[in-house]
Ligand binder design. Structure first.
Ligand code: GDP
Length: 434
């Protein structure tokens, strides 16, 4: 999927535009720990096009002066996006910061569409002409607040998408991402996993993704490491900022089947670890928790169990994820990583036979009947699996209102006990049976 990055000075309306474009397609936000509300990254669609949207304004670069911040944001946009949406404020008019950004964007040779915001009525539209001076083509007059002009703007943006098909990877390749805060050892682990293996570089040039991902095979299984280039890239000012690494993580999660969440064994669990694990869970990806730098931890025979318990406490929302303790540096237990990935990927796409599924559900009901609610009792007639990656089940019931979260959780536990599902989230929804 192509990516659109929104760039612009503070207060020009970037997040309003972002919300307009991703609209109702933002993932449902759950009120649970590890799930966060501030998003820099979302999905949108227009006509026949699906795309990712990045709000670069959400990436705080620190206390840099405005021009430096703008420069960093523009660099992120240039590095991440296929099309850049440059938002300016029609009422304020052209500013120095706008011109600085325009210079950078022009040099990048990436397609840029200029949108002039806050032009709420017809008379104000003439304020947009001054922005021809940016030298980035026709500006589009819009009002994010009133939702005007957004359609024409998106027409112009999607017209810039190149028609490259995604590269043809083997369909059964397992795509996995390594995510975690800067310096947790992502790059080191990639190196240790790949070892001396010759990296097979796809000869299908012309797409952005194939320069970024690394395909390889091991023991008859194809794998793709998502965003290897991003993991290895170093040196840009913004690379080490927390918000940027969260953005990077969100993107990688989006492109993967399996997500390795790396935790620094030496320094312990931090909030950001939970946040990105929360994204992976919400996105329905299979998850493996990897505790790295285990070599550097002073331990006795209880240390690992203690750490494991702490992880379970802090990551209750992904109690299904297996935990691997390893050292990317010494290579200790790194050989477990691919087999675990393979196993959770298998569970992620596991299809349960309908008869076995219903046996399990009926057993569950018989052993623990659903609690009644104001005199009414939930009846579950039957269940069926409607999707994989992750497995999703529909329960046909008399009244969906009667199916409470706690009972869904109970059913989920029984499904897990019966069928495994280690490493994968599972989704359970209900439908009224007429
Ligand atoms: P990234 O930013 O997540 O890609 O992290 P890097 O792979 O660049 O690693 C950051 C630092 O941690 C480097 O100095 C590595 O040598 C070190 N490091 C990585 N893995 C391990 C490990 O397993 N044990 C120890 N002791 N150090 C490690």
């Amino acid at each position: 999927k192509p990516t659109i990055a929104i760039v612009g000075r503070p207060n020009v309306g970037k997040s309003t535009l972002f919300n307009r474009i991703v609209g109702g397609r933002m993932a449902i936000v759950e009120d649970k720990p590890g799930v966060t509300r501030d998003r820099l990254y979302g999905n949108g669609s227009w006509l026949t096009h699906d795309f990712h949207v990045i709000d670069t304004g959400g990436i705080e670069i620190g206390d840099e002066p405005l021009l430096e911040k703008m420069r960093a944001q523009a660099e992120i946009a240039v590095d991440e996006a296929d099309v850049i949406l440059f938002l300016v404020d029609g009422r304020t008019g052209l500013t120095d910061a706008d011109e600085t950004v325009a210079d950078l964007l022009r040099k990048s040779k990436k397609p840029v569409v200029v949108a002039v915001n806050k032009l709420d009525n017809y008379q104000q539209r003439e304020l947009m002409y001054e922005f021809y001076a940016l030298g980035l083509g026709d500006p589009y007059a819009i009002s994010c607040a009133h939702g005007q002009g957004i359609g024409d703007l998106l027409d112009a943006v999607v017209a810039q998408f190149s028609d490259n098909e995604p590269i043809n990877e083997a369909d059964d390749a397992i795509r996995f991402a390594l995510i975690g805060r800067p310096n947790v050892g992502k790059s080191s682990l990639v190196n240790t996993i790949l070892g001396k293996e010759r990296v097979i570089v796809s000869d299908l040039a012309g797409t952005t993704r194939d320069a970024i991902d690394t395909p390889f095979s091991r023991d008859g299984q194809e794998y793709v490491i998502v965003d290897t280039a991003g993991i290895r890239r170093r040196g840009r000012v913004y690379e080490k900022t927390e918000k940027y690494s969260v953005l990077r993580a969100q993107r990688s999660i989006e492109e993967s089947d399996v997500v390795l969440v790396l935790i620094n064994g030496e320094e312990g669990i931090i909030e950001q670890d939970k946040k990105i694990a929360g994204y992976a869970h919400e996105a329905g990806r299979a998850i493996v928790l990897v505790v790295n730098k285990w070599d550097a931890v002073e331990k006795d025979d209880k240390t690992m169990e203690k750490f494991r318990r702490k992880i379970r406490e802090q990551f209750q929302f992904i109690d299904y994820a297996p935990i691997v303790f390893l050292s990317a540096l010494t290579g200790s237990r790194v050989d477990q990583v691919l087999p675990v990935i393979r196993q959770v990927a298998e569970n992620h796409s596991l299809r349960v036979q309908t008869s076995l599924l219903n046996d399990c559900i009926m057993d569950t009901i018989a052993m623990t009947p659903p609690p009644s609610d104001k005199g009414k009792r939930l009846k579950i007639f039957y269940a069926t699996q409607v999707a994989v990656r992750p497995p999703m089940f529909v329960l046909f019931v008399n009244d969906p209102e009667l199916l409470h979260f706690s009972y869904v959780r109970h059913i989920e536990n029984r499904l897990r006990e019966t069928f495994g599902f280690i490493g994968t989230p599972i989704k359970i929804v209900s439908r009224k049976k007429n």
